[in-house]
Unconditional design. Structure first.
Length: 574
């Protein structure tokens, strides 16, 4: 009913016609949503026009981010009245509170059910201010991210830190001891389940996800805890909790990951599923005992933050063409190589996404499964019960597969089964830990694969690194000096370097891009594999066939303003 009222208001003010409203209502049946959003999506009207029309009709004030009127009042605990999840879902931002009166910015003032819910959860009378949807979304992000930083700081400094009991159990350890203080299991569980500890762990995880971190490190030392987030490949220190909170925090994480909280002498691995708004995020938990207590690393696997599409990873057009040609092969071996953290798994998942077909049987064996892909059979290795890469592969060959993805080739047995599968009509994708594409061939020969088997099975070898992308908000152009270039010739007179702004947390970088070299296996390379040519000979032949090296591929991204010269030198020549 409220949607028709909005439509009638817009018709009355001459902003849309009856026919346009009817077409929007028809579209709404196909794709449910608010009628205002559908009108905007169809290009019938702009969101600013909707807000202006509603404001005029309902005599409500208008606020924008540029005017500064969409900045919530500080120190009023507005984030406790309206949670970030509710704010995002309903496009509502609390601005100020005066006794029992709460002023909120909204995009749809005709959503009476939402406003009624708002009254119930806040216990306040609601005053409305209108704003565009895009302005409200950005203001919500700004407000709750800043609030979260403040809450985390308060939680780690005030909840326990500044007012910690003078006789806390942490202080019973002698200055020279390298052992954690002991608590009974019941007391340890009780401390881990206390509200402030629960809230602190939730905040650490939530902030890490919001900051796009890939890993969270919680490290104990003699008189302190280190809390670090890995963002875009680099570790950054975050204000840490008080030292005596180490045991309760680790215990809380272990409880969530279903680990043994009494076992502190041996490494443990587990997993946590976190629900965040409308998406699920996987956390892989790893604990190791150090001399000052257990260190925990949480690997964050947020599928919504990673584009599992080859076209969005940063490959050059020629490289993308070679990759897509390779994955259309009915059989053969496709290897992705590079060091740990170079994005190999993401590239394989993106390739599998393009391979996905209801007419194909695709099976993967991984350690562990990082992202779940609908329509693909994914298996976790479990070495403790004998489910290794090699044993799983042998079973896979009896499962009538078309495409097989192996998380990593670590030994001769796994490599031999991959080669055998490729030669018997299966397409096999896997990874190797080598520095570049040419050295993958020599590595396979070195571990014992016969050249006459490797030669016909190889289709493509892709080597890659991840380079940080320059922040588009603050990157600055400059003309490099001959000393900075070191004899390097660039096609562009001006290139870009990092500067730093609030958008990128003063780092100058935001996000990462793939830098790659693709070595297609043609008759020339096959002949060299057969004759067991050296690494240098194979690489020279590939370059003559048009392969860009990692460095050359990186320089193209420098010339395009995607990343900086310093970053490419760091990731490709280190």
């Amino acid at each position: 009913m409220s949607y028709l009222k909005l439509g009638q208001i817009l018709i009355k003010q001459g902003l849309i016609t009856e026919e346009q409203l009817n077409s929007a209502i028809t579209a709404q049946k196909q794709e449910p949503g608010r009628i205002g959003e559908i009108l905007i999506k169809l290009g019938i009207i702009k969101e600013e026009d909707i807000v202006a029309a509603l404001g005029k009709q309902l005599a409500l004030p208008y606020a924008s981010r540029s005017s500064g009127l969409l900045t919530p009042q500080p120190d009023q605990q507005l984030e406790n009245l309206i949670t970030k999840d509710f704010a995002h879902k309903n496009l509502v931002l609390p601005l100020s509170r005066n006794l029992n009166s709460l002023t909120c910015a909204v995009f749809d003032p005709l959503d009476l059910l939402m406003i009624d819910n708002l009254k119930k959860i806040t216990g306040c009378e609601i005053n409305l201010v209108l704003a565009t949807r895009s302005d409200i979304v950005r203001a919500i992000e700004d407000f709750y991210s800043n609030t979260q930083q403040t809450m985390l700081g308060e939680a780690v400094q005030n909840t326990y830190g500044a007012h910690a009991p003078t006789a806390s159990f942490a202080e019973t350890v002698s200055a020279d001891s390298t052992e954690e203080p002991e608590l009974s299991l019941d007391k340890l569980i009780a401390r881990a389940e206390e509200a402030p500890v629960v809230k602190l762990v939730d905040l650490i995880i939530r902030q890490a996800i919001d900051e796009r971190a890939s890993d969270v490190h919680i490290e104990p030392y003699k008189n302190r805890i280190n809390l670090r987030y890995r963002i875009d490949g680099s570790l950054y220190e975050i204000p840490p909790p008080a030292r005596h909170l180490h045991l309760p925090i680790i215990s809380r994480i272990k409880i969530l990951a279903k680990l043994d909280i009494a076992e502190k002498r041996l490494p443990q691995d587990g997993a946590i599923m976190v629900k965040l708004e409308d998406r699920a995020v996987d956390l892989r938990i790893s604990t190791v005992p150090t001399i000052w207590g257990e260190k925990v690393v949480m690997r964050i696997l947020d599928q919504s933050a990673v584009p599992l599409s080859l076209s969005h990873l940063g490959f050059e057009p020629k490289q993308l063409e070679l990759i897509r040609k390779a994955i259309k092969s009915p059989y053969g071996l496709f290897f992705v190589t590079g060091p740990t953290g170079s994005g190999k798994s993401t590239t394989l998942y993106a390739a599998l996404n393009e391979c996905a077909d209801p007419h194909k049987n695709i099976i993967t064996i991984e350690d562990p499964v990082e992202f779940r892909i609908d329509g693909i059979n994914q298996v976790n290795v479990k070495p403790d019960i004998g489910l290794t890469f090699a044993s799983a592969l042998r079973s896979f060959l009896r499962q009538d597969p078309d495409t097989i993805m192996v998380g990593e080739v670590r030994d001769l047995e796994t490599a031999q089964i991959c080669v055998r599968a490729a030669l018997t009509g299966h397409f096999v994708l896997s990874t190797l830990h080598t520095n570049d594409a040419a050295s993958a061939v020599t590595r396979l020969l070195d571990i014992g694969i016969e050249s006459y088997l490797l030669m016909p099975s190889l289709v493509l070898i892709l080597a890659q690194r991840l380079a940080r992308k320059l922040c588009p908000k603050c990157k600055e152009a400059y003309e490099p000096t001959p000393e900075q270039l070191g004899g390097l010739k660039l096609k562009a007179d001006l290139i870009y370097r990092a500067k730093g702004c609030a958008e990128c947390n003063q780092t100058g970088y935001r996000g990462r891009v793939c830098v790659a070299e693709t070595m297609a296996i043609d008759s020339t390379i096959r002949g060299m594999v057969s004759s067991q040519a050296s690494y240098v000979q194979i690489k020279d032949a590939a370059r003559k066939n048009g392969m860009d090296t990692l460095f050359e591929s990186g320089i193209k991204k420098v010339e395009a303003g995607v990343t900086s010269l310093e970053e490419i030198l760091s990731v490709t020549l280190s």
